[in-house]
Ligand binder design. Structure first.
Ligand SMILES: [Zn+2]
Ligand SMILES: [Zn+2]
Length: 108
């Protein structure tokens, strides 16, 4: 059986749906798909960071990069993005005024 998750992972990358989480107790940043994920370092409760995203292709924590299809996927570099969307495809979809496909920075 093919789940939606497997389909979107094939389309966008293995780290689709991951968020960056922060442990206020020990300061560890980590990535997870679970909402209430515990800190892998100290086991404490973690919070989701809204100033960072996870690259859907390589799993890197990023504070700026590409938003694809309104946040279905994020890519930190052209290289990662090109694994899923060709440069020509991106040029067609990309628009500075678009709220679906664009480059942005979440850092303050
Ligand atoms: Zn911790
Ligand atoms: Zn990447």
């Amino acid at each position: 059986m093919t789940t939606t998750n497997e389909t979107t992972q094939k389309l966008y990358g293995p780290y689709v749906g991951y968020t960056v989480r922060h442990c206020p107790d020990c300061g560890t940043d980590f990535i997870s798909r679970e909402d209430g994920a515990r800190c892998p370092h100290c086991g404490g409760e973690s919070l989701e960071r809204d100033d960072a995203r996870v690259c859907s292709h390589c799993g890197a924590i990023m504070q700026s990069g590409y938003v694809v299809d309104g946040g279905m996927a994020y890519y930190d570099t052209d290289d990662c993005r090109n694994q899923h969307i060709t440069a020509a495809e991106w040029d067609e979809r990309y628009d500075d005024d678009s709220d679906e496909n664009y480059w942005t920075s979440w850092a303050e």
